[in-house]
Design a protein around this ligand. Structure first.
Ligand code: TXE
Length: 472
């Protein structure tokens, strides 16, 4: 059987199983519970697998940013799914009275999820939570760029679910491409904007709706009035989680022109407090692959050649041993738009600093670039916060810190424009993976029948009256 045919057979088996078993509340809760138990029981294996894939990922980062978040999202979904799936009565339109109307929320069917390598557990199993809460069956494709984690996820899912309910489909690019050609009921992809385009083009053949969780250059803007040391500490703290390989990491920082020196000093202090040394320090995550390591070295070299001041925030005598994919936290002072580091998503611990004179100028800079996945603004003044909200666009926003809007269960998460489309997390993810079916129940007496032809008489006069009622 060809690859495409065998994937199709998996999809068919899941569709048949879904038709046999309706997605009751009890089944959904049971599925969420099974996933929670499996993640909990496999947590050590997952932490170890992620660390192997990264060539060193701080175990606390995997536990806090992947396992904890997943388990808490699962608990949240278990608690709220009954309310989310409830039928919703809506008011009937006046001209159709006494007809009733309601929204019936149903599973879409069999959904596909393509995970990413940078948070290989969370970005693969997180969307699955929402899909299961919505009562779907799912095919899950973990990233082959995190192969040990992919195997751990496949083992965990095989233990928790029969394959006709949830099935991991590990494999490389060829599998990913075939996966995108399946006539799924929905496809969620997390990864780069470039691959996102290919995913959407492939999905278009069967009109498969897509949610694309992409990335982009998320700016952090610091206002002159904000304590610079606090801003530096929070921006660097967020940037260095997972060594910057986070879709919502602050990509570059816009600083008031007079604050660059103070920011550098505070950044140095913040880094030293977190990481007294780097070589042999398991708290600092390594770069996911050789390719990305080379890419980051290339970005630094290009910035230096174009006149930036490159400041590595590390002890003077440290050098990574060969084979260690360690990139030191690095400020790129005097970054300019021509530098590659200001053109592509960095996805690593490099932080370009761009100085601005007035807030207007900072907003123009941000708005001249593609809409980012996140925007961070440091300022306690509510009126200016509102102004920044009104005058910019991004997937999400955190004021006075970075990343954390992502962890708010009640907020939708997703990009805009090139940073993605659609949303998930909590109820928003539940809705992404549900069909909101509009249902009308006609009464014994039907108002619509008054408009039946012949139009020359009463029906015409009534229509005329109705038009005047809404038009004047
Ligand atoms: O490579 P690729 P990477 C961003 C981040 C990073 C950049 C590159 O900026 O630097 O993307 O990422 C599959 N149809 N993010 O190294 O080539 C292939 O099998 C379907 C942001 O991941 O962009 C592999 O699994 N799938 C992000 C993956 O795409 C296809 C997370 C490789 O992606 C395919 C990750 C096709 N035609 C990267 N071609 C985030 N939002 O967090 C390739 N693939």
């Amino acid at each position: 059987m060809s690859l495409q045919a065998s994937l199709q057979a998996m999809l068919d088996a899941q569709r048949a199983a879904l038709a046999r078993q309706p997605a009751t509340l009890a089944r959904r809760r049971e599925a969420l519970r099974a996933l929670r138990t499996a993640v909990w029981e496999h947590r050590d294996a997952l932490v170890a697998a992620v660390s192997r894939d990264f060539g060193g990922r701080a175990p606390a980062e995997t536990l806090a940013l992947e396992i904890f978040v997943l388990l808490d999202q699962l608990r949240f979904a278990e608690r709220h799914v009954a309310r989310w799936m409830r039928r919703r009565r809506v008011p009937g339109s006046w001209f159709l009275l006494p007809a009733r109307a309601f929204i019936e929320v149903q599973p879409l069917g069999v959904v596909g999820i393509i995970g990413a390598w940078n948070y290989p557990v969370l970005l693969t199993l997180g969307p699955l939570i929402d899909a299961l809460a919505a009562g779907n069956h799912a095919l899950v494709k973990p990233s082959e760029l995190a192969p040990h984690t992919a195997a751990a996820i496949a083992a965990l899912l095989a233990e928790a679910f029969p394959p006709e309910h949830v099935l991991a489909v590990p494999g490389g690019r060829e599998v990913a491409e075939a996966f995108c050609r399946l006539p799924l009921d929905h496809l969620l992809f997390t990864g780069s904007t470039r691959v996102g385009r290919a995913v959407m083009a492939a999905a278009a053949e069967h009109l498969v709706p897509v949610t694309l969780e992409l990335g982009g250059k998320s700016p952090a803007i610091v206002h002159d009035s904000y304590p610079i040391a606090r801003a530096a500490e929070r921006i660097l703290g967020a940037k260095l989680l997972n060594a910057g390989q986070t879709c919502v990491a602050p990509d570059y920082v816009l600083l008031p022109v007079g604050q660059v020196g103070a920011f550098e000093a505070a950044a140095r202090e913040a880094v030293a407090a977190r990481y007294p040394h780097f070589v042999g320090n398991a708290d600092y995550t390594r770069i996911g692959s050789e390719v990305h390591l080379e890419r980051l070295h290339g970005l630094v070299a290009d910035a230096r050649a174009r006149g930036a001041t490159v400041v590595e925030l590390r002890g003077a005598d440290e050098d990574p041993p060969p084979g260690d994919r360690l990139v030191f936290p690095t400020l790129i002072l005097g970054a300019t738009p021509e530098m590659a580091v200001m053109q592509e998503e960095i996805f690593g611990p490099l932080l370009p600093v761009v100085a601005y004179d007035a807030l207007d100028e900072a907003l123009v800079f941000v708005n001249a670039r593609p809409r980012p996945l996140a925007l961070y603004y440091f300022d306690d003044d509510r009126r200016r916060q509102d102004r920044v909200l009104a005058e910019t666009r991004s997937g999400g926003v955190t004021f006075n810190d970075c990343l954390l809007h992502l962890a708010q269960h009640h907020l939708p998460f997703g990009g805009v424009g090139p940073s993605g489309m659609g949303r998930y997390h909590g109820r928003h993810g539940f809705e992404t993976f549900s069909k909101q079916r509009g249902v009308m129940v006609q009464g014994r007496w039907s108002a619509a029948s008054l408009l039946a032809p012949p139009y020359a008489g009463r029906a015409g006069r009534l229509l005329d009256l109705m038009l005047r009622w809404v038009g004047r």
